[in-house]
Write a protein that binds this ligand. Structure first.
Ligand code: ADP
Ligand code: MG
Length: 610
């Protein structure tokens, strides 16, 4: 039999390797930024077009490369950072595996321009799909510029797999922040489609954090500082009163490398136990330094997963350091945490007059009020037509079944209620479920999901109305909310939708927004949290194939606005809630697809009671 094994050509091997190292534009950005840092750059520019699909370019003023290095750097396992196996235990650079550029060049069209500082001429290499097209001398600035064009041009499957621009951009943003936070001695600019997203000057870590994460950071953190024989920990931990609804601002760096380490994160969070509400997350930025021989960064190609030799000790030290910071500085004066830009956003900037809210305010608005179909001004969704699509299982709920002389065609929510109230008023169980009797059995309604459904349909109805009269509540004081630039941009795109729903919101800068009115059910004491959650949900929904912007926004707000389990409601509120539920187009399913109600019928009961 003939031999069948052959060695893969480099271009194929590189493409396979690229699958691990470069899975989306953000991972290419990470590699290029890290190379710039390793090259000793003090200024780095990142230029992105179409969320990295068309172009991602990193320009640095680092050491540059010689002519032959410029060509060699695209070979697999080509690295200047280690020479022997022993070097693996003394790694101080971000890269060392020598596979990033080879991988990127295998799946894109790459143009490299580079010049060493003591050379007059630089060199320009063009490489496409691992194939070197040309190398010529060129004039260029000292340092290196790598432009990656049409990423995955030769792998349509992967290119098609990329998410919407907003999502890819937010991945790039996250990668950028992880590099920029820790390299505070480097100045960075980031452009996306010609728009300046970041302009970070060098400064201390606190300034860098404030510059990246918005001005809201200023009074939100305590400093951490702990030195032991095996580790030193510096950084900042969020005050317990400034927890967020998402894990967004949680960063641990080991030897200046962002790492993902669930056990260490848990150690930090443990220090907060009992201090913060459930399902909220403290923010932290912790910079750990350990001897390179006591950390293994080579367990994963992207090097974000690492192992420590002294894991248990580290765990205890981090937890203690955090506890100490929270306790020790609890009453101390605020730390210097001002952004390097001299703008103070803690209040609206001087000269800024918050605009009149653009929505009318209905002081009599009551979310539980029973609506008639003509009362559109109070924000009710009309129930006409909705019943037609109602699953026949629930048809009975709509039909009056009492002996009283009701006319079936004359359906209205109050008819449904009459049916349910007779013979009994709905009951509340654990402030979570509503229980009522029907002719066909016992109705159990999940209160929170039901309310979510009602609010969702109401918000959607408003979005679709042309003459919008939305319930809105003027805030006592305007509230400033801050976001990362890319989140800010995303929120900016939603501003019109939010106004339709009762928010009076305006952009002050790209990352700061002022809210002067909000829909009545929104928790106006935590608007930052509401908008943070909205962004998280929105990004999550946009990942899905049949994403619908309106739905995503309404769904997130409805979920946040819905009355929470455990909160007592008045009997009339419960009654109104049921009435509104049955007036919905799809009363039996919550906006996120869960059942809102269940009917235990007679047979089922009989079965259980056998
Ligand atoms: P690694 O970073 O793991 O060494 P890469 O494929 O990312 O592997 O880069 C290969 C080599 O190319 C690096 O070791 C370095 O010598 C050189 N190089 C890459 N980017 C730059 C840059 N921006 N400036 C100077 N040299 C660079
Ligand atoms: Mg590298």
């Amino acid at each position: 039999m003939s031999d069948i094994i052959n060695l893969l050509p480099d271009s194929v091997a590189n493409q396979i390797a690229a699958g691990e190292v470069v899975d989306r534009p953000a991972s290419a950005v990470k590699e290029l930024l890290e190379n710039a840092i390793d090259a000793g750059a003090t200024n780095v520019q990142l230029v992105i077009k179409d969320a990295g699909r068309t172009l991602l370019q990193v320009i640095d003023n680092g050491c540059g490369m010689s002519d032959s290095d410029a060509r060699l750097c695209f070979e697999r396992h080509a690295t200047s950072k280690i020479h022997a196996a022993d070097d693996l235990f003394a790694i101080r650079t971000m890269g060392f595996r020598g596979e990033a550029l080879a991988s990127i060049a295998a799946v894109a069209q790459v143009e490299l321009r580079t010049r060493q500082h003591d050379n007059d001429l630089g060199t320009c290499v063009i490489i496409e799909g691992s194939d070197v097209k040309s190398q010529e001398p060129c004039t260029c600035n000292a340092g290196t510029s790598i432009a990656v064009k049409n990423l995955f041009y030769n792998i349509p499957a992967r290119r098609n797999f990329l998410k919407k621009d907003g999502v890819e951009l937010s991945h790039i943003d996250e990668v950028f922040r992880r590099v920029a936070v820790v390299n505070n001695h480097v100045s960075f600019t980031v452009y996306s489609n010609g728009k300046l997203l970041y302009d970070l000057r060098e400064g201390n870590k606190a300034q860098r954090i404030a510059d990246i994460f918005g001005m809201g950071s200023s009074e939100h953190f305590y400093p951490v500082s702990e030195r032991t024989d095996i580790v030193s920990v510096e950084g900042y931990v969020g005050k317990p009163e400034y927890v967020r609804k998402t894990r967004g601002e949680q960063y641990i760096f080991a030897n200046d490398r962002f790492i993902r380490h669930p056990a260490l994160s848990a150690a930090v969070e443990k220090a907060y136990s009992d201090l913060i509400p459930e399902r909220t997350y403290p923010s932290y930025f912790l910079f750990i330094q350990v001897d390179p021989s006591r950390i293994d960064v080579n367990i994963h190609p992207t090097k974000t997963e690492v192992r420590f030799v002294d894991e248990h000790a580290l765990f205890a030290i981090l937890r203690a350091a955090t506890k100490k910071a929270i306790g020790q500085f609890g009453l101390a004066t605020e730390i210097e945490f001002n952004p390097s830009t001299e703008i103070d956003f803690s209040d609206a900037p001087s000269g800024y007059i918050p605009p009149e809210p653009r929505v009318s305010y209905n002081p009599n608005y009551n979310p539980f009020e029973q609506k008639t179909s003509s009362s559109s001004s109070s924000g009710a969704s009309t129930h006409s037509g909705g019943n037609a699509s109602w699953d026949s299982t629930y048809a009975e709920l709509r039909r009056p079944t009492t002996v009283e002389s009701r006319i079936v065609e004359d359906e209205s929510p109050s008819d449904e209620m009459a049916e349910m109230n007779s013979p009994s008023m709905p009951l509340s169980y654990m402030n979570t479920y509503i229980i009522s009797t029907l002719k066909s059995g016992i109705l159990v309604v999940d209160r929170q999901r039901a309310h979510e459904r009602i609010l969702f349909e109401r918000l959607m109805a408003h979005k679709q109305q042309t003459d919008k009269v939305t319930a809105s509540q003027q805030l006592l004081f305007p509230v400033n909310c801050t976001f990362s630039p890319s989140d800010g941009e995303m929120l900016g795109e939603m501003i019109g939708d939010l106004r339709d729903m009762g928010f009076a919101i305006d952009a002050v800068t790209q990352s700061t927004f002022v809210v002067t009115a909000a829909p009545p059910d929104v928790n106006d004491s935590d608007l930052q949290g509401v908008l943070d959650q909205l962004l998280v949900d929105y990004k999550g929904s946009m990942m899905q194939k049949f994403a619908d912007k309106d739905r995503a926004i309404c769904q997130s707000l409805a979920r946040q606005m819905a009355v929470k389990n455990g909160k007592p409601l008045q009997p009339e509120e419960i009654q109104a809630l049921l009435a509104e539920l049955f007036a919905c187009q799809v009363p039996n399913i919550s906006p996120s697809g869960q059942k809102t109600m269940y009917v235990i019928n007679k047979d089922e009961l009989a079965e259980k009671l056998r």
